[in-house]
Design a protein around this ligand. Structure first.
Ligand code: KMH
Ligand code: ZN
Length: 276
């Protein structure tokens, strides 16, 4: 493992534009952010979109327009969120795949999510995984807690590998209700990842103030990085994040210090088995 795959998750579904004015919520803002983050070293963009009132939406027309605009303006791998917001129904989350992204997220279990519940029933997970296999969409398996890696192992054993044959997971750490964003928790996950198919890769992101310990632990353990305003809106104590660029630049700096510089989108496609 030499380089570092950097994913930017610029928007998410949780922060409001009123509370976080720097959040990119329009298509134009998203495209500008994507170009800036690609120039710095991001290779994947994990996308949640908003409506005209800046509320989270899974509107099909907007999703398609977003995929098209990002494809036209950048070489980034476009990964749509199938997680949406905690209020989104399963049918709308499955329909995200109709927008034709190269990748989509696929969460491996139900988790308490602050005061809410992020629901991911087994049958729903299987449906999402199978539809991605049918459509040639490469999943990123989202892991909010250690046991979800066992669920992934069961999923792959019963329903086969994803398209391209490569397994990539993203450890989402520090969600209130999920695993903590600590080096110990990350190391526990790396042992479970060893039980997954050979060559499985992982990224990690730490919510809020766990972003830095998780980044450093992931780089030390041979993992990759996800950063962005979906996960982190405070850069340092008392300093709101000014832009996604700031977070990507910090991740690139850490990756370079670790002598694992960012990989390009083309290198990321090869690593992840995403068709060029
Ligand atoms: N917004 C969270 C409820 C994903 O994108 O797949 C779910 C989430 C995971 O962000
Ligand atoms: Zn997300």
């Amino acid at each position: 493992m030499t380089g570092t795959l950097i994913t930017v998750a610029p928007t998410g579904a949780e922060s409001s534009k009123a509370a976080v004015p720097a959040l990119p919520v329009t298509l134009d803002e998203l495209v500008v952010t994507a170009k800036e983050c690609e120039a710095l070293g991001a290779a994947i963009i994990h996308v949640h979109i908003r409506d005209d009132q800046a509320r989270p939406t899974l509107d099909q027309g907007r999703l398609r327009a977003t995929v098209a605009a990002l494809k036209q303006s950048t070489d980034l791998i476009v990964q749509l969120s199938s997680g949406g917001a905690v209020t989104d129904p399963e049918e709308a989350r499955l329909a995200v795949l109709d927008a034709g992204p190269e990748m989509a997220s696929c969460t491996m279990g139900t988790v308490n999510f602050g005061d809410d519940v992020f629901l991911n029933r087994w049958d729903f997970i299987v449906d999402l995984h199978a539809r991605m296999q049918d459509r040639g969409i490469v999943p990123e398996y989202e892991i909010f807690d250690l046991g979800q890696l066992a669920t992934l192992q069961r999923l792959l054993a019963r329903h086969g590998l994803p398209v391209g044959g490569h397994v990539h997971v993203d450890l989402v750490m520090g969600v209130p209700g999920g695993m903590p964003g600590t080096p110990d928790a990350l190391v526990a996950c790396t042992s479970a990842i060893r039980d997954l198919p050979d060559g499985t890769t992982f990224s990690a992101t730490g919510i809020g103030r766990s972003t830095i310990p998780v980044m450093l632990a992931s780089l030390s353990a041979g993992g990759h990085l996800r950063v962005g305003m979906e996960d982190t809106v405070t850069y340092a104590k008392g300093r709101p994040v000014e832009s996604n660029m700031q977070l990507v630049a910090r991740a690139v700096g850490f990756a370079q210090l670790a002598q694992r510089p960012p990989i390009t989108p083309a290198e990321a496609r090869r690593m992840l088995g995403v068709p060029a």
